[in-house]
Design a protein around this ligand. Structure first.
Ligand code: M6R
Length: 633
């Protein structure tokens, strides 16, 4: 007997559309079995995963006789209201899900959990089952009926098909048949004392406390209950019971695993009085940069033990390939300017989705670096695997400890930014820059392109960055007032040369993703080759000019856009007086080595984006259509 209820949204689409859009997804999974009431624990866990992006939520709880499911389109609040905070769903075992629509529109019927035909097997799923159409056709041929448009429903029926009284056997048989990426939470009504977790290429952890065992897509969901977590490996199956967990391979062999202790500050994933996580994380940057730099500066030298590369090996590097997505890609572009300028090493930077399919030429003695906050970005992970399959060692610059990229890279340099919750990255971006500065200085030192005097001066400037960031954060109100003037802006342009172009890319991305204002970034010198035609009376052009050698060049570009009616906001270094006649509004950054200017210039740009978004009433931490980690291509 199925007890299935949902908030109705009208007519549900029943036909399966082949042309689904592969969008960025990152649903959330939470499961619990223990001595406490499961529903409130699962709902609370899901609320900690809201940052991942979702459009509907659902929960399945075993009530002692049967599995009950409730689902609702919209914010988690709707599901919380529907279940009175979980009170109307009593039971000690359950699985919950926040869904980001891929196959089929956001609707109640497409939301997870999904049931088998008689409601005895419930499944929640993150990822995409790539071969779901042939599997679905096969199941249709065997008399199964589908009620949703999702790929996930195939899993529920396939489990039903293989289930002969042994959940583990059914799950592993399904794993042998499905292709794609998945993290799953599964429960069987016949086995109310157990819930199951499985994953492949989509993150999933499990954890245990005195009160029970937990499944989660990410640590914040269960941090309140336990700090002892296990990272589930690809194609591992976990059987969770009230007081213990067992791990199995896809061949049903039991595996021994060691837990990892999470040492995050208990408040790390809380807003702590800030209106948004994004603002809190902007403010955490002095600490983030300090935490990333200081463990690697020892007795006046840069020591990056995790590199696992001798000085000889570092000297032998002939070329660097940097691969990443989004903001992480922007830090890679900054690194290109630094590594080429300071270390004289040729660098190619690729967006991971391009790298993986363009058949890149990787010469012998190349160093491959993959940069990622989440460590789960599907394209970055695929690029890493591509490089490894060609025999190259990969250095991961990663924030999330134990993530897929961290585990698969040959060496990992962690950015110690702590959990980043807002979808728009700020502190992890700054930590990535800090890690890349260290790497560049280490390489330059070993390869003899940075002499003692330059090294001492760079090191001194590096150590000043956290305080200088703090100083810039003090300009919050000034930036807020300026941002308020652009709440209604239609288009905003960001320009810069050299490293300033890399900063302008990040400034533009931050603005568009948080405030939905259309914006473009251009190398300043490229403007007159086309985009200048877009400048109208009053268009805001943000000109970044932190590289003294290029001050005059950028001023010329500012004058050009001003002559066409643009309002020019400049971000430049203290003392750049010449810029005053070309800019309408100026924000100065403190003196630093030009190679490190990105870390300072980005602060007013982050604050600007944040306040435009707040002024427009946008959902700052969870912008529309975006997810924190993009685990599908
Ligand atoms: O987790 P990753 O660093 O691999 O994520 C890469 C991008 O998806 C990410 O930087 C994205 O562009 C952010 N929304 C930027 O704020």
């Amino acid at each position: 007997m199925i007890n299935y209820s949902c908030v109705l949204t009208g007519k549900e689409p029943m036909t399966l559309k082949r042309s689904w859009h592969k969008v960025t997804i990152m649903c959330g999974i939470v499961g619990y079995i223990g001595t406490g009431e499961a529903a409130p624990i699962i709902l609370d866990g899901l609320s900690k995963l809201e940052y991942r992006g979702y459009d509907s939520a659902g929960i399945a709880i075993f009530d002692g006789e049967k599995i009950n499911i409730k689902k609702a389109v919209g914010r988690l609040k709707v599901l919380e209201n529907l279940t009175h905070g979980g009170e109307t769903m009593p039971g000690y075992a359950g699985i919950g899900h926040t869904r980001w629509a891929t196959h089929g529109a956001p609707s109640d019927v497409n939301s997870h959990p999904h049931f088998n035909k008689n409601g005895t097997i419930a499944v929640v799923h993150n990822g995409i089952i790539e071969n779901y159409i042939p599997l679905r056709n096969k199941l249709l041929g065997k008399g199964y009926e589908f009620i949703s448009e999702t790929d996930t429903e195939v899993l529920a029926h396939l489990l039903d098909y293989y289930y002969k009284g042994n959940p583990l056997e059914a799950i592993t048989k399904v794993l042998h048949r499905v292709e794609g990426s998945y993290a799953l939470g599964i429960m069987f009504a016949d086995f109310p004392e157990e819930i199951y977790a499985v994953r492949k290429d989509s993150p999933l952890i499990v954890g245990q406390s005195k009160e029970g065992c937990f499944i989660a897509s990410d640590v914040p969901a269960i941090l309140k209950y336990t700090r002892q977590v296990y990272y589930v490996d690809n194609q591992e199956v976990v059987k969770l019971r009230r007081d213990h967990m067992h791990f199995y391979s896809v061949d049903e062999e039991e595996i021994k695993k060691e837990p990892v202790t999470i040492d995050w500050d208990a408040n790390a994933a809380e807003k702590e009085g800030y209106e948004h996580f994004m603002l809190k994380e902007i403010y955490e940057q002095p600490k983030t940069v300090t935490d990333t730099l200081s463990p690697r500066i020892k007795n006046g030298e840069i020591v990056i033990e995790e590199l696992n590369m001798s000085d000889e090996e570092l000297k032998a590097v002939k070329k660097v390939h940097i691969v990443a997505c989004g903001s992480a890609y922007h830090t890679g572009v900054t690194a290109k300017y630094i590594l080429e300028g300071l270390v004289r090493l040729p660098v190619e930077v690729d967006v991971a989705s391009e790298f993986r399919y363009r058949n890149p030429v990787l010469e012998e003695d190349a160093m491959v670096i993959v940069i990622s906050q989440s460590g789960e970005t599907a394209d970055s992970l695929a690029a890493l695997r591509e490089a490894k399959s060609r025999g190259f060692k990969v250095l991961g610059i990663v924030n999330v400890v134990g993530s897929s990229i961290a585990r698969e890279a040959d060496s990992v340099m962690y950015t110690w930014a702590g959990p980043e919750i807002a979808v728009a990255t700020t502190k992890a971006y700054s930590a990535q820059l800090a890690a890349l500065y260290l790497l560049a200085m280490k390489l330059g030192r070993v390869r003899g392109t940075i002499d003692d005097a330059l090294f001492a001066s760079l090191l001194s400037d590096l150590k000043k960055l956290p305080n200088q960031i703090e100083l810039l954060l003090g300009q919050k109100q000034k930036i807020q007032r300026f941002a308020n003037r652009y709440v209604g802006a239609k288009d905003i342009f960001f320009i810069g040369r050299g490293i300033d172009y890399a900063i302008s890319m990040e400034g533009s991305l931050k603005l568009k993703e948080t405030s939905y204002v259309h914006s473009e970034s251009y190398p300043a010198g490229e403007l007159k080759h086309g985009p200048i035609s877009l400048i109208e009376d009053g268009t805001l052009v943000v000109a970044i000019s932190t590289q003294p050698a290029l001050f005059q060049k950028t001023i010329s570009n500012m004058v050009e856009v001003k002559a066409r009616g643009a309002f020019v906001m400049a971000i430049t270094c203290e003392g750049n007086k010449a810029i005053e006649k070309a800019a309408d509004y100026i924000t100065y950054i403190p003196e630093t080595n030009p190679y490190f200017a990105n870390s300072l210039a980005i602060i007013p740009l982050q604050l600007f984006s944040y306040y435009v978004a707040v002024g427009k009433g946008c959902d700052v931490d969870k912008p529309r259509n975006l997810a924190k980690s993009v685990t599908v291509e």
